[in-house]
Design a protein around this ligand. Structure first.
Ligand SMILES: *[C@@H]1O[C@H](CO)[C@@H](O)[C@H](O)[C@H]1NC(C)=O
Ligand SMILES: *[C@@H]1O[C@H](CO)[C@@H](O)[C@H](O)[C@H]1NC(C)=O
Ligand SMILES: *[C@@H]1O[C@H](CO)[C@@H](O)[C@H](O)[C@H]1NC(C)=O
Ligand SMILES: *[C@@H]1O[C@H](CO)[C@@H](O)[C@H](O)[C@H]1NC(C)=O
Length: 401
């Protein structure tokens, strides 16, 4: 009798070892990236998005109804800017590439979604539309990518865009975000990575980086969300640019995101956020912003030395400072137009600035970044003026929450 039980237990144990725990999908192919990442090609219908309760019976949308103003697509143009592309192997049709969440520095499993989006210490230098509330159906922007120095492992530095509705007062900030980010605490290294984020309750209970919890549905087999970007921009040399576009698909209801290297041209639809993730079921966003953000943890009892953008101030201009250029906004469905009324500002102008510029080759654009200088003597900082004190007040409110 006892031995039968033992045998059954053994069978159970074996069964557990052989079947993937907790429904973790078995990759159809794994690709070794030169930076140590392992990229698993997962069957599209087995991606983590479908663990979201609202997505249980979701039928995947293969492609957006339209890709507004996308260039002609040659498949090879989609590859080449993410480090894992250097392997040369691609994920097969019907699968998506996913970064395996194991640190290549010390083999530990990366904790799922421990990013910090809400505690204090966030500092911004951004641009936004002058008009406070609008019906916004999408935005597109091109940003040059850098590898800013991040002082401590739990600080981050990023360049991104935001599409936002709702307010902090009502705890219903709905936000969709995408760009590049250095964040050792969650990625376990100091490389800039292509990232996305969403929340529907002001970063409280919902919110998710990349594919680390259910929500964003990926369709592309060419792009790894949270894949490292290389090369990056060189001071006085080549500027490596990423174009990110997010738009509301009026027919399918979803917010689609596409990305491409360089100025516009070829954009690969990476995937979408289904409309029902968001609790403000409007078919538009009310605000849009672009720019840089860092976290300042005051680790050594002083302001962090973490760089935003390239680490250079906006006055350094092209070839040195980080920029967001060719900014476009859709104020009606799929009607992307160069942004007319850009306004810029920062939460900590002693350290990080944003400044408009008018180089016609860059469309609507601004430079951003910092810090002004390292220690001591930020007293000599150039104070960037705000286009209006109202904006400053808004920032203070934002930072207080
Ligand atoms: C590409 O990935 C495969 C599978 O992990 C690996 O065997 C191969 O060595 C890699 N090739 C290169 C050039 O890194
Ligand atoms: C691996 O690295 C992480 C982040 O640096 C650290 O928190 C963790 O303790 C390390 N684990 C080991 C076994 O060294
Ligand atoms: C976050 O959600 C919890 C649970 O619903 C709620 O009690 C709390 O007030 C929320 N916090 C904020 C800042 O909205
Ligand atoms: C831009 O802003 C100005 C106020 O500075 C306003 O008068 C104008 O109507 C705005 N233009 C557009 C296209 O929103």
């Amino acid at each position: 009798m006892g031995s039968t039980v033992q045998f059954l237990l053994l069978l159970l144990t074996l069964g557990r070892l052989l079947t993937p725990l907790g429904g973790v999908p078995v990759p159809v192919l794994s690709i070794q990236s030169p930076d140590g990442d392992m990229i698993d090609c997962i069957k599209r219908e087995e991606q983590v998005a479908f663990t979201h309760p609202l997505l249980k019976d979701h039928i995947i949308q293969e492609r957006p109804t339209v890709i507004p103003s996308a260039g002609k697509k040659e498949e090879d143009a989609l590859y080449g800017w993410q480090v894992w592309h250097q392997n040369g192997t691609k994920c097969p049709e019907g699968s998506i590439p996913v970064r395996r969440l194991i640190s290549h520095e010390n083999e530990t499993v990366i904790s799922s979604n421990a990013g910090d989006r809400v505690t204090g210490g966030h500092e911004y230098a951004i641009g936004r539309m002058y008009n406070r509330e609008q019906k916004i159906y999408g935005t597109q922007a091109t940003m040059n990518v850098w590898q800013p120095k991040v002082e401590t492992y739990d600080e981050f530095s990023l360049g991104q865009l935001w599409l936002v509705s709702g307010t902090y007062e009502d705890s219903n900030i709905n936000s969709i975000e995408a760009g590049w980010q250095v964040y050792p605490k969650i990625y376990y290294d100091y490389q800039p990575r292509f990232f996305i984020y969403w929340t529907s309750d002001a970063y409280n209970l919902t919110g998710c980086y990349n594919l680390r919890c259910g929500g964003f549905v990926q369709t592309s087999r060419a792009i790894v969300v949270e894949g490292a970007i290389s090369p990056t921009s060189v001071v006085g040399g080549t500027q490596v640019e990423l174009t990110v576009k997010i738009w509301k698909d009026q027919r399918l209801g979803s917010w689609w995101m596409g990305v491409g290297l360089g100025h516009v041209g070829v954009l690969e639809p990476v995937g979408y956020w289904p409309a029902f993730l968001f609790n403000l079921q409007t078919d538009y966003a009310a605000r849009v912003e672009w720019g840089g953000e860092i976290t300042n943890k005051h680790t050594y009892g002083r302001h962090t030395t973490t760089q935003m953008g390239s680490g250079y101030l906006p006055d350094s201009g092209f070839g040195k400072a980080a920029y967001i250029c060719n900014i476009e906004v859709a104020l009606s469905e799929n009607d992307f137009q160069p942004l007319q009324n850009l306004t810029v500002g920062g939460s900590h102008p002693d350290y990080y600035g944003a400044k408009k510029s008018n180089n016609p080759e860059l469309g609507t654009h601004f430079y951003y970044g910092g810090p002004e200088q390292l220690y001591p003597g930020h007293a000599t900082a150039i104070h960037l003026t705000w286009d209006s004190s109202l904006l400053y007040l808004c920032f203070c409110l934002l930072l207080l929450v």
